[in-house]
Ligand binder design. Structure first.
Ligand SMILES: O=C(O)CCC(=O)C(=O)O
Length: 294
């Protein structure tokens, strides 16, 4: 219990900073895992039946604005202690994500960084993504793979893997040479977490088991980070926000209340608009480089 609420050790912090990731980190008790999975299953049924934006965006990036189980998780004392160790006492939650891989699914994610289109100023050393396993994760159920020390390259260029449908479904791929000896598989138990940086190159594979893999990821940010190319919002979960770079979000008091649904819509659309501007700017810069090179 002592460990479950405490901060990371200096060795763990060093490992995160030097290698770009840290695992495994104990977070939830078995009872908390069961409770969360049950709430998640109800959430999936409701969001699926709801249609519209909730159905399209049940898995990212603002689950904490409509579902109290997610709000409870982002305020979990152990998650806050871990994020404090890496980011400091003032903490914003910018995004919550569900990564679910069905048994025998062929889905996969290409080697990528999280942040190529996040458009953040001052993010270095001020962000952590905590990827929390709600089921056991293994290579066989398509777990996440890290490339150690890849964060040292900073943000690298991303492009679609190729023009086939399968390529598009893997998303964009980092222009980064991943050597087999640098690959680390995130094999952890339900209730444990793995942490990485926004520039850590990672991927995930297909599943060859009957098991469903369910993971919940939270991005904790220091309020000093500035979102570029338009407004964005985040939830203050600890300390104070002396910068006000992000518009403040509200905690849900009831699941899917009219206020919560309105907040969810506003936050998702605002973020989408900003990120698409970031993407346009990056692609315009690249086009200018190509023309300049002729
Ligand atoms: O769980 C996965 O399949 C990938 C997770 C991921 O890309 C992330 O958390 O950044």
């Amino acid at each position: 219990m002592a460990e479950s609420l405490s901060r990371l050790s200096p060795e763990q912090v060093d490992h995160f900073r030097q290698q770009g990731y840290l695992l495994p980190v104990n977070v939830l008790t078995p009872a908390e895992v069961d409770e969360t999975i049950a709430a998640y299953r109800t959430y999936r049924t409701v969001t699926d039946r709801a249609g519209g934006l909730l159905k399209r965006r049940w898995n990212y990036p603002k689950i904490h604005l409509v579902a109290r189980w997610a709000d409870t998780l982002v305020h979990h004392p152990r998650l806050l202690a871990i994020a404090t160790s890496l980011v400091g006492p003032d903490l914003l939650v910018w995004s919550t994500n569900l990564f679910v891989r069905a048994g025998h699914s062929n889905s996969r994610l290409a080697w990528h960084q999280d942040a190529p289109y996040f458009g953040w100023e001052g993010a270095d050393g001020n962000v952590v993504r905590i990827w929390l396993a709600l089921t056991r994760t293994s290579r066989r159920n398509g777990t996440m793979l890290y490339c150690r020390r890849s964060h040292e390259a900073g943000l690298v260029r991303h492009d679609f893997v190729n023009r086939t449908l399968a390529g598009l479904m893997q998303g964009e791929q980092a222009d980064y040479d991943v050597r087999d000896e640098d690959v680390v598989a995130v094999e952890i138990e339900a209730g444990q977490a793995s942490l990485h940086q926004p520039t850590t190159v990672h991927s995930s594979g297909p599943s060859s088991t009957d098991e469903e893999r369910i993971c919940f990821a939270v991005d904790y940010l220091a309020p000093s980070i500035r979102p570029l190319h338009g407004p964005d919002s985040a939830l203050l979960v600890q300390g104070e926000d002396r910068y006000r770079h992000f518009l403040p979000e509200r905690r849900p008091t009831t699941d899917f209340s009219p206020d919560a649904l309105r907040d969810f819509r506003t936050a998702v659309l605002m973020r989408d608009e900003r990120l698409s501007k970031v993407m346009q700017v990056i692609h315009a810069e690249r086009a200018a480089e190509r023309v300049g090179g002729i």
